[in-house]
Design a protein around this ligand. Structure first.
Ligand SMILES: [Zn+2]
Length: 47
């Protein structure tokens, strides 16, 4: 289980609550993957 090195919030907690603890949370590997997926899913088509 990955945890944020700054605030200690785990990736699972973020998934459950939908809130990140701090900006460093985004630097977790699992978080990067999840954010990638999120953006790929929601991204508007660019012409
Ligand atoms: Zn954090």
């Amino acid at each position: 289980m990955e945890k944020c090195s700054k605030c200690g919030t785990s990736f699972e907690e973020i998934l459950e609550t939908g809130f990140v603890g701090c900006e460093k949370c985004y630097e977790m590997q699992s978080m990067k993957k999840a954010v990638d997926k999120l953006f790929n899913g929601k991204k508007h088509k660019q012409n």
